[in-house]
Each structure stands twice: as C-alpha cells, then as structure tokens.
Design a binder for this molecule. Structure first.
Ligand code: GLY
Length: 293
C-alpha cells in the first residue's frame, strides 16, 4: 500500500465515522466512505477504475441497508464519478434493485450525478489491457492469452473498494464499488453489483463486503453464505475463515471479506497475500494495514 492509499483509507474511515457519530444511518456512512475512495483515483473504482479490453471504463457498485433489506446496484455504468451514489439512487428512488449498461448511465444523468470523462486515447494506450493486446499477434492468439490469464487468476487482482458499518440504532449496511478485473471482456460483470455475492446486509445477521476474483465469489454467493453462518451463531472471524477456505477448496478462488455483526464484532480476512483495509470506532487513530489475520 502506498502512503497516498493509506491516507485515502484514513480519510474514507473518518468521513464514514463522522456521519455515524452524528447519528446518521449506517447506509449513509457506507456511501460516504466509498465516495472518498472512488474520488481518490488510487483504487480500482470510480476515477481509478480499470478499463475493459475495448478501452471503455464500465463500473459496478452496490449498496445494501440491513434495516428492511433494501438494496440498489448498477452494473457496467459509464462516465460517472460515483457509481455508489447511482446504486443508492436505484435503492431510494426506484422499485428495482439493479440497473445495467447504458440505461444505468442515463439514470445517473437524469439525477445529475457528477460525471467523469471517458478514457482518452492516451489513457487507453497506457493501460495494461492495451499492453496485453499489443503484445499478442492476431485475434486468435489474443483470445488465448486472455483466457489463459483469466484461468490462471491473473485477472483477479484486488482493488475493489468496499465498506461495512453499524449505526447507533443497531442497523448494519454494506457497499462496494469496482472497475472489475484486469483483462475483462467488454460487458463482463463481476460479483460487486450482485446482492448476496459481492455484498449483503441484514440487521438480523450482519453486513459483508467482498473484494477479489468475482468469478469465484459469484459461484458461491459468498456474502450471503457468510451471513448464513453468522445467523447460525458463528463469529464474523470464523464465518469469514470457513467460507474463504471453501472458496479456495471449491473454486480455486481468491478474495477478501469485511464482516460486521450487529453486536459490533467484526473481521477482515483475505486469502490473498495482502488486502489494504482499515477500521475505526472513533477512539484513537484509525487502524490501517495491508495484512490481516
Ligand atoms: N470483485 C470485483 C470483480 O470481480 O469485478
């Protein structure tokens, strides 16, 4: 983790906690936290989101309020600075849960969400996806390289941002925002906007936000699986450990989880060597690290 990323995480934790301290709902704190990370350009979300193989930046985000099981999400949205706020608007302003593609982008425009420009030709040329394509010769070879990379898990680099929070009323919320994985086919959607896979929140069990290789997380509906274990009385740490072990065993996947129960117990666990993350309850300094148990 760079010093700038550490500072970005700190700013995000402070922004979220400030709202909780003022008595605002957990879902607002989660949105505010993720907005700081999206705006920073230092993570794979919002301004820093990766490009797909056609040079487009398509982003996914989701937000869930454990009070009433309300949820909103967007997938493959373009040209917005804060996909998490688009997800919030889907939750608050529509009777739906998930909007995708160009209609999701138009929805964000309708609500006058802050825009970000499409990647320039220079940005595309400098991207890793473009470098991979340049190295390959011919479309068949390119396709093989792409799938080799995906199969070997190189496409599953971390960088998705997420947050979970517990408010004074005892409600939990979870959110996540991402630019996806490296070497994505145009139109690929990962776990992040899928409720139950990338995030889940239920005041009766807890809140979970995932990062990692979406194709493995989706196949196990990991966020809901962790919540199911919390419902069975398992602690956040054990629930995360058991489900991540299963993820490796059954899907050869890679992921990190933020898990918070309504009684305030929480865990940060990852199967990857590192996961930049932090937590703060308002006392002392926020704890930020790139390796957790
Ligand atoms: N976890 C983010 C993604 O796979 O898109």
């Amino acid at each position: 983790m760079t010093a700038a990323q550490r500072a970005g995480l700190r700013e995000a934790l402070v922004a979220g906690y400030r709202l909780l301290h003022q008595g605002r709902p957990a879902v607002e704190a989660v949105e505010a936290t993720i907005r700081v990370l999206e705006a920073s350009g230092l993570f794979n979300a919002g301004v820093g989101a990766r490009l797909q193989l056609d040079g487009a930046r398509r982003m996914d985000a989701a937000l869930m309020d454990g009070h009433g099981l309300r949820a909103g999400a967007v997938a493959a949205i373009q040209q917005v600075r804060h996909p998490i706020t688009a997800a919030r608007l889907v939750m608050d302003e529509t009777a739906h849960v998930l909007l995708v593609g160009e209609p999701a982008t138009r929805f964000a425009r309708h609500f006058r969400l802050e825009r970000q420009r499409s990647p320039t030709r220079a940005q595309w040329k400098a991207s890793r996806a473009a470098a991979e394509i340049r190295q390959a010769r011919g479309s068949f070879q390119r396709t093989l390289r792409l799938y080799d990379a995906m199969r070997s898990g190189r496409a599953g680099k971390l960088g998705t941002v997420g947050a979970v929070a517990l408010d004074r009323e005892g409600s939990v919320a979870a959110g996540a925002s991402t630019g996806g994985i490296a070497l994505m086919l145009p139109g690929r959607v990962g776990d992040t906007p899928l409720i139950g896979s990338g995030i889940y929140a239920d005041d009766e069990t807890g809140a979970v936000s995932m990062t990692g290789w979406g194709e493995s997380i989706m196949r196990m509906a990991v966020a809901k699986e962790i919540c199911n274990r919390l419902a069975a009385g398992v602690t956040p740490s054990t629930a995360a450990r058991l489900v991540l072990e299963k993820l490796i065993r059954r899907t050869d996947g890679a992921a990190g989880a933020l898990v918070l129960s309504p009684n305030g117990r929480f865990a940060i666990r990852h199967t990857t060597p590192r996961m930049a993350a932090g937590y703060w309850g308002g006392r002392g300094e926020p704890v930020i690290a790139d390796r957790f148990a």
